[in-house]
Ligand binder design. Structure first.
Ligand code: FAD
Ligand code: NAI
Length: 471
């Protein structure tokens, strides 16, 4: 049992939504516990998501650079090899270093970390089953925050075994570089993980139901992005649906069908990655019995303050509406605690950046041109190609552009979309601009250091406001 202590808040789930909520609660002097069933803190993101994938993306990029990319700089490296076990060891060390760091942070801020699966019996009561499967007791608490995250969405005709037919989790730990890999879904996971294994030597084909990659991203940017990835050697089968997939010997066979023509084809692969999206995870959480109202597609329904319909039960992160991103979950985790203590926690959903960590990276924030057009808003576009940026030229990293979408009458920034090797860092300026209600002129008149990639950002703003200088 839990010693009869009554908590102010119990957070179920220790991911990038749950653990910052726990820390914030500790900082505000609340009696708080975080229940996590994975055996480690950090959730999907730190254990099998953002962090291990970024380690593999960077390692594989370094390999590709050394093997093929130094040419323009007059550097030749012979006999470049991959030691896959070392590469995986770096990934794993990064993960365990960071997850144990979070354990330290919870201690520092006096949050109790309870290892086990939480089940909500009713408002005010969370039952914990320990990692061995035994009921450890019931925690009494004034508030419960559901932060149970998400899991890969299954594709029923292609069952995952995490060996040959893998989800992102299996794909982060392949034992060898596959000769042929098929990725189902041209979304973020498919393109990031596809890039990792392509760089390491796999022949990668992406099968996508739609006629475009990365749904939700500005169409023009997505087209440019797909062209760039194709140039790197990634193959695409667009407008193609998967009818069946099965393990055959050491590999897999996949039957696919053209959406328009209905023609079928059988593809072979050593590894198939299923990456068609993620679904909220609430299995075994007891939400039905607790009377918590659900929304569409298995999300937990919340109001603008992250409260569910049951007083004292709140929810944040991948398990509620909105994009499934770690930083979005973190913002919500902090806001929900502020709301619990009666402060005004708030998340500005118009200014959440979205980054795809390929090379070059794709990063965006705010509205796409397509959205603005569909909404009938009078808008202006300002674009600047990296080809015209001196730093990009010096570094031989000229693939990409910066695109501004602004309101025609006021010049206010509505969205920024970037393809650049460092787009994920560059986008922060766009996020800040949106948060501050900046206009393109504000950015255009702000001095940016020379020679930097961020001058391309400024020049795209100049293009939206008036004219760029270097294009
Ligand atoms: P989660 O991180 O899923 O955490 C929920 C936790 O709750 C889990 O640890 C789970 O074990 C635990 N849990 C569930 N039910 C219970 C229960 N009943 N009792 C106790 N514990 C429970 N996002 C980005 O922003 N940037 C990226 O670069 C990025 N890369 C990604 C790469 C991959 C391969 C994947 C799969 C995802 C990536 N994401 C990325 C998405 C990101 O991981 C999620 O948006 C984020 O983890 C959501 O945080 P969360 O706290 O809501 O949920
Ligand atoms: P996604 O939603 O980004 O992409 C899924 C893709 O699969 C879409 O293009 C969709 O049209 C396609 N698809 C769906 N059903 C299909 C089918 N039956 N056959 C063929 N294609 C099909 O989902 P993904 O890539 O699985 O990632 C899940 C989420 O994880 C992302 O939406 C994102 O929120 C998060 N994530 C974020 C990252 C980042 O921020 N860098 C990295 C990885 C994941």
């Amino acid at each position: 049992s839990f010693g009869g202590t009554e908590y102010d808040v119990v957070i179920v789930g220790g991911g990038p939504g749950g653990y910052p909520a726990a820390i914030k609660a500790g900082q505000l002097g609340l009696k708080v516990a975080c229940v996590e069933m994975r055996g480690a803190l950090g959730g999907t993101c730190l254990n099998v998501g953002c962090i291990p994938s970024k380690a593999l993306l960077h390692s594989s990029h370094l390999y590709e650079e050394a093997a093929h990319g130094f040419g323009p700089h007059g550097i030749k490296a012979d006999n470049v090899r991959i030691e896959l076990d070392k590469l995986m060891e770096h990934k794993q060390k990064t993960v365990t270093g960071l997850t144990s760091g979070i354990e330290g942070l919870l201690k520092k801020y006096k949050c109790d970390y309870i290892k086990g699966k939480g089940k909500i019996l009713k408002a005010g009561e969370v039952q914990v089953t320990d990692l061995d499967g035994n009921v450890a007791g019931v925690i009494k608490t004034k508030n419960i925050v559901i932060a149970t995250g998400s899991v890969p969405t299954p594709l029923p005709p292609v069952p995952v075994d995490e060996e040959v037919i893998v989800s992102s989790t299996g794909c982060l730990s392949l034992k060898k570089v596959p000769k042929k890999m098929i990725v189902i879904g041209a979304g973020v996971i498919g393109l990031e993980m596809g890039s990792v294994w392509r760089r390491l030597g796999a022949d990668v084909t992406v099968v996508e139901f739609l006629e475009r990659v990365t749904p939700g991203i500005d169409e023009e940017i997505a087209k440019t992005f797909q062209r760039t990835l194709s140039k790197q050697g990634m193959k695409f089968k667009m407008g193609t649906k998967v009818v069946k997939g099965e393990r055959v010997g050491d590999g897999a066979k996949l039957t696919v069908e053209s959406v328009k023509k209905g023609e079928q084809e059988v593809l072979d692969a050593d590894i198939v990655l299923v990456a068609i999206g993620r679904s909220p995870f609430t299995a075994g959480l007891g939400l039905d019995d607790a009377g918590v109202k659900m929304g569409p597609r298995g999300i937990v329904d919340v109001d603008d303050h992250f409260a569910t319909n049951v007083p004292g039960i709140w929810a944040i992160g991948d398990v509620i509406r909105g994009t499934m991103l770690a930083h979005k979950a973190e913002e919500e985790g902090i806001a929900v605690i502020e709301n619990i203590v009666g402060k005004k926690g708030h998340v500005n959903y118009d200014a959440i950046p979205n980054v795809i960590y390929t090379f070059p990276e794709l990063a965006c924030v705010g509205k796409t041109e397509d959205e603005v057009k569909a909404a009938g808003i009078k808008y202006k576009i300002g674009k600047f190609p990296l080809m015209a940026n001196s730093r990009a030229r010096a570094n031989a990293l000229t693939d990409g552009l910066v695109k501004f979408v602004t309101e025609a009458d006021t010049g206010k920034i509505l969205g920024v979309h970037i393809i650049a090797h460092n787009a994920g860092e560059m986008i922060a300026e766009g996020v800040l601009g949106l948060e501050y209600g900046a206009t393109a002129e504000d950015i255009a008149r702000t001095c940016h250091a020379h020679p930097t990639m961020s001058e391309a950002f400024k020049e795209a703003a100049m293009a939206a406001y008036d004219k760029p200088i270097h294009f």
